[in-house]
Design a protein around this ligand. Sequence first.
Ligand SMILES: *[C@@H]1O[C@H](CO)[C@@H](O)[C@H](O)[C@H]1NC(C)=O
Ligand SMILES: *[C@@H]1O[C@H](CO)[C@@H](O)[C@H](O)[C@H]1NC(C)=O
Ligand SMILES: *[C@@H]1O[C@H](CO)[C@@H](O)[C@H](O)[C@H]1NC(C)=O
Ligand SMILES: *[C@@H]1O[C@H](CO)[C@@H](O)[C@H](O)[C@H]1NC(C)=O
Ligand SMILES: *[C@@H]1O[C@H](CO)[C@@H](O)[C@H](O)[C@H]1NC(C)=O
Length: 332
Amino acid sequence: MAKPHRCFSPHLAGVAATFLISVLHGPLAAADDEPPPWPICGPYPPSGNYTQNSTYRANIDLLSATLPRNASLSPALYATGDVGDVPDIVYGQALCRGDVANASACEACVAAAFRGARRACPLYKDVIIFYDLCQLRFSNRNFFLDDDYLVTTYTLLRSRVVGTPAFDAAVGLLLNATADHAVEDSSRRFGTGEEGFDDRRNPKIYALAQCAPEKTADVCRSCLNVIIGQLPNSFRGRTGGGMFGVWCNFRYEVYPFFPGRPLVQLPRFVERPPASAPPVTGGEEKKRNSAGKVLAILMPTIAVILAIAVVYFFCWRKRRPEEDAYLPCKAS
Ligand SMILES: *[C@@H]1O[C@H](CO)[C@@H](O)[C@H](O)[C@H]1NC(C)=O
Ligand SMILES: *[C@@H]1O[C@H](CO)[C@@H](O)[C@H](O)[C@H]1NC(C)=O
Ligand SMILES: *[C@@H]1O[C@H](CO)[C@@H](O)[C@H](O)[C@H]1NC(C)=O
Ligand SMILES: *[C@@H]1O[C@H](CO)[C@@H](O)[C@H](O)[C@H]1NC(C)=O
Ligand SMILES: *[C@@H]1O[C@H](CO)[C@@H](O)[C@H](O)[C@H]1NC(C)=O
């Protein structure tokens, strides 16, 4: 944000609000609008680095010689394997997106992921990298035994903020339905979805969910529940985002980011009427907590909105051309 921006850019306000809100609200593994690839170099727990001409490096090369093809030839577009012996053993996992119809596209993506991992995370023993069409992990640790649904995830947060609770509710509904489809798909554990939304700028929402195909329906369900459960905390008001992990991932956008007809079609989102009072299930304690939560979210949000309003007010006043020369409005 070093470049000067024009005062009236709503994008700038969105970015500022996003930044403040994310600072105020939460632990985020990563937060940006970057296009893929999205790498995680040395995810927790740390595995350390290898050296340039080591056996470990040679084992990564051996893995990269067969894993891309093995994934592309598997009906589930998924392959795991290991190469070498302790302490230089390398475990690998490659998964292509469930709608990749073309085996050579899958193979090419995984092969590119090996090169991308080396560029993005040179010398790291443990790397996960996510592309549009595939993901790859290699590690010196037998991570197949992990069930870290949340620890090893890359979080994509679109910086645009729409700010309507209805939009967030629509996203939740669509992601749940898309996740259901993925859970029930016993061959690829993959789902895509589309939902109408009554908004001129965002007429439709698109979603994708996938689990590692070897996982059972129950494990896939729990994994997706955990990451989709982050929506209220980390994705509030955002027009796009996703969480990408070793065992499952989801993504949503207001534009179609996958080809073809979505597997799940939801009708235009209609907000449930707030008339009926919510059932009292939790005790006093629970209610107090959520009231506290609402306040904790509301207060800083109001502060942010006020701050933006003040900036807008001043920018608006300074926009008259004769004053522009003296009072440039910059963001830094
Ligand atoms: C591994 O190498 C990277 C640079 O590629 C460096 O930033 C990082 O600190 C190294 N980690 C260890 C544990 O040496
Ligand atoms: C690695 O091997 C290459 C070729 O065998 C050599 O040129 C290079 O100096 C070696 N690098 C290190 C760090 O040993
Ligand atoms: C790829 O598949 C071949 C044939 O099944 C197997 O021999 C090889 O070990 C596999 N590669 C990896 C990295 O597991
Ligand atoms: C598969 O994808 C490659 C590269 O994208 C393309 O050149 C080829 O025509 C595709 N093959 C089929 C059968 O779609
Ligand atoms: C999505 O599913 C979760 C768990 O099943 C549930 O807690 C949540 O309320 C659902 N969200 C929506 C918007 O339906």
